[in-house]
Write a protein that binds this ligand. Sequence first.
Ligand code: 13P
Length: 280
Amino acid sequence: MSLYNFPDLLQVAKERKFKAVGSFNLHCLEMLPAYFKAAKATNSPLMIQISTGTAEYLGYRLLVDSIRSLSESQQIPTCLHLDHCSDIESIKTAIDAGFSSVMYDGSHLDMADNIANTRKVIDIARPRNISVEAELGAIGGSEDGKAVAMEDICFTTTEDAKRFVDETGVDMLAVSVGTVHGLYTGKAKIQHQRLADISEVTKTPLVLHGGTGVSDEDMRRAVAGGIDKVNVGTEMNVQWVGHCKETFEKGKVNDSVRKFLIPANDAVAAVLIEKIALFK
Ligand code: 13P
């Protein structure tokens, strides 16, 4: 089974009665079994996204080979997506390695440059059947070492979204509608009307970044109201590190390292299963 691009994976998700696909950041290779376990337990297709930091740490090919192999052996339709990337050379590296979806993040640029660069990426990706996500507006918080201060958050407007989609034909669009990357200090305030308006005019799959800390109620409303891809990253990291801290603390140096990692992975799988249930 080869890796799926996003539109094909979304179709499988819809056939299985999911409203949206969760796209889950993988923070290290040791976590990988938890993602497949959660997909199996929920009969869900799987989307794993990788930051450029993680891809450079582990190697693009290692990620492609291991994720494709698990997808085949477990018969789970899987999309491997490069998360936030502003560097077209790194996007080419991911595509050459075999990623099936990429995100070009030009949200820091003005509209014309964001459109021009997104089109360049689409020209590279589309002939190879690889989906492209772009971002419009600025989502607050911190992601892979890059931070957007709360005062610099810029919500996506309906007019900009329509122009962007019309001029790029992008496969999915990340919008800034009230979530932030990382752990919330307060409750996320999703602007559901803004989301509905953008969905109505773009008729393009929309992406909700900053899935960590969004209430169950908000998540359900968002996936019913135009969101087709939900990014969740920090929450799995928090679970994994939290459990490792506890088990490593109690362990002995000659214990099998698996004794520490398996409870952490079980906690990650439980979070993933909970999240996936919200997308039905
Ligand atoms: P969180 O880390 O806030 O869940 O956001 C993840 C994300 O949006 C990755 O692009």
